[in-house]
Design a protein around this ligand. Structure first.
Ligand SMILES: Cc1ncc(COP(=O)(O)O)c(C=O)c1O
Length: 289
């Protein structure tokens, strides 16, 4: 690591090597908490407000009280970003239910959440965005509250590992033959010029990148249906792509070793990528301060 790196722990910004988390933190023991990953382009946060909103919404869903207002948390994150002089990278942020002796039910003190955030440099995956990547179809064995960005990621980890072991970038998951999402991304299929994506429900995470795609489609009059689609439809789709904060819009050009369409990133995907790039450039020019 080059230079000093700072992390945020609750109210304090400390050098990373002095950061300490209690061994009985419920994030550590149970994965009892939530997180966000925020993209940083040229030192500027992308979609910070949307990430903050989702964080507070998820906290509410599991009754975690975040001990700061959204605006003061935003300020702290921007301060951390500046201090660490991040150019292209991410802010990772998590909030757990805090420290308590190990028992499943919530601790008495509901105001003891632990918040940590750190930054890291991460270049954009430009090669993959341009040329596409492969995916493996994996059964979705996760719990039934995938709308919560929970720290508890075992289902996603096992799916991703299965894909990784098969040499694929992403696991595209399904429940009984209905495509839900990627292990760490949302999934889209383009069929006869229409983009399909699983509707927002408890079975997927409503990704911030996904929301941008929905917005772009509205702005550009591109037909998009938030509608369930089957594995069979996915396999026959003209184009498939995944979307996330770090993968951006990545074309999926091969599924289970079989080419999608003609095996190259498709025109609909490429057009979306261009509009998404414009949103990134806009965020760089008009940063949230
Ligand atoms: C399961 C899952 N779905 C979708 C996404 C994409 O969300 P976002 O665009 O907010 O990064 C993620 C990101 O980590 C994820 O883990």
């Amino acid at each position: 690591m080059v230079g000093m790196s700072y992390v945020l722990i609750n109210n304090e910004v400390v050098e990373r090597e002095f950061a300490k988390i209690d061994i009985e933190d419920r994030g550590n023991q149970f994965g009892d908490g939530i997180y966000e990953v925020i993209r940083v382009y040229e030192g500027k946060c992308f979609a910070l407000n949307e990430h903050m909103e989702r964080l507070y919404e998820c906290a509410e869903k599991i009754n975690i009280h975040i001990p700061f207002s959204s605006s003061s948390l935003k300020e702290k994150l921007l301060h951390l970003l500046q201090k660490n002089e991040i150019q292209d990278g991410i802010i990772y942020l998590q909030v757990s239910r805090g420290v308590a002796s190990r028992q499943h039910h919530f601790p008495q003190d509901e105001k003891s959440a632990t918040l940590i955030a750190y930054t890291s440099e991460k270049t954009r995956p430009l090669e993959q965005i341009q040329n596409g990547a492969s995916a493996k179809i994996v059964e979705d064995i996760r719990w039934l509250r995938c709308d919560i960005k929970s720290l508890n990621l075992l289902g996603s980890i096992l799916a991703k590992q299965e894909a990784h072991a098969a040499g694929a970038l992403e696991a595209i998951m399904h429940r009984d033959g209905t495509v839900t999402e990627g292990s760490s991304s949302n999934c889209f299929a383009v069929i006869d010029g229409v983009i399909y994506s699983h509707p927002v429900s408890n079975l997927i995470l409503n990704g911030i990148t996904r929301r941008y795609i929905v917005e772009i489609c509205k702005e550009q009059n591109v037909p998009l249906k938030e509608q369930e689609f089957t594995l069979d439809a996915l396999r026959k789709a003209d184009e498939v792509f995944i979307a996330s904060t770090t993968a951006e819009i990545t074309p999926i050009t091969q599924i289970d070793g079989v080419e999608v369409g003609n095996g190259l990133p498709g025109l609909v995907t490429k057009a979306l990528q261009e509009h998404f790039e414009a949103k990134i450039q806009d965020a760089i020019l008009n940063p949230i301060s």
